[in-house]
Design a protein around this ligand. Sequence first.
Ligand code: OSB
Ligand code: MG
Length: 397
Amino acid sequence: MRLEEIQLQFISLPLKTPFATSFGREDTKRAWIITVRGDGIEGYAESVASDLPLYSEETHASVYYAIRDAIIPHLQGNIRDPREISLRLQSIRGNRMAKAAVEMAIWDWFAKSERQPLYRLLGGREVDRIPVGVSIGIQDSPEQLGAVAESYWKQGYRRLKIKIRPGWDVIPLRMLRARLGDEVPIMADANSAYRLADRDHFKEFEDLHLMMIEQPLAYDDIVDHATLAKMLSTPICLDESIHSVDDARKAWELGALGIINLKVGRVGGYAPSLAIEAFARQHHIPLWCGGMLETGIGRAHNLHLTTLAGFTLPGDTSASDRYFWQDIITEPFALNADGTLTVPTGSGIGVDLDPKRMQEVCTYEETWKIPVGQDDHLNPHLNINPQRRFPELDLGR
Ligand code: OSB
Ligand code: MG
């Protein structure tokens, strides 16, 4: 199988309600939608990079340049297996969201050529529904948080994740507990808003009976998380700190994590994701699939991944209507009454872009030919893409 071209479409989708975290506030979802083409088949994926480097260092601009200048030269020649792609790209450091977006589109393309749903190629279980949770941003008041969280709980979401930051943590969480009772699975996500010096403050979280506290300390830390984890009975879940199966192993060995949040974009693709899933299964580490407010394209990818046996907890893959007035796929994801989303069963990711909606929300697009050349024998000395240049990158809105 040979790739002929790769297209990047930049989309800008209004969120129904602004999403606030300890690092920022978003009212519009912007992302690159990636399409790869070859042998008359298209594969789709989405980059989870952000407007600004606030969650990770990657941005829409860095993804654009990484794909154009560094990744494309490695896509030439015959591709026998989508597992190859991650190996071909291993000489490129960092830029994991860019690499993941391309690799994921190639997995979809490959699964479609085999007329198989993607989860089957990934080695997932034959399950038709995935239990899911919801991630709730920082609200204006504890009362508002209570109302929002209660409404999601009544819709059927299986667990509630509450974003926290210093000044918005124990008090709203305690009020939420009082409102919903002790049976509701609640967790907190700090997005690195605290320091180890806040260790005593975390003792106040203990009687809230949270499922876990996600990424309390620095985005690049493992060691201080280990110190904190040893002081608490509430499990620590790592998100930002884990970029590879080696990071997961080191964090596990140091006692820094009890639970893993896996995002394919954050770790650089399905190949490293499968390694982390296998590691979690082997060591009985609870694992769940994180989210980055994806459109229906990324959402479909997340559901296929979550069919793997290592995913033991409900993740952040919520229904389309939790985020958007109108998604960019023809059949948006709806929450089933039992708090699940249905895994698409068609070929590949099993969802299609809605061309009319794409016209409304796409502000920029560019297509590059894949050079016709040699197979990539993991050659780190391939030339940079001759199509590169440095134009004004005007992404619109
Ligand atoms: O930390 O998990 C996070 C969204 C953007 C950046 C970081 C995070 C999140 C979420 C949203 O929590 C999860 C979702 O609903 O997609
Ligand atoms: Mg997180």
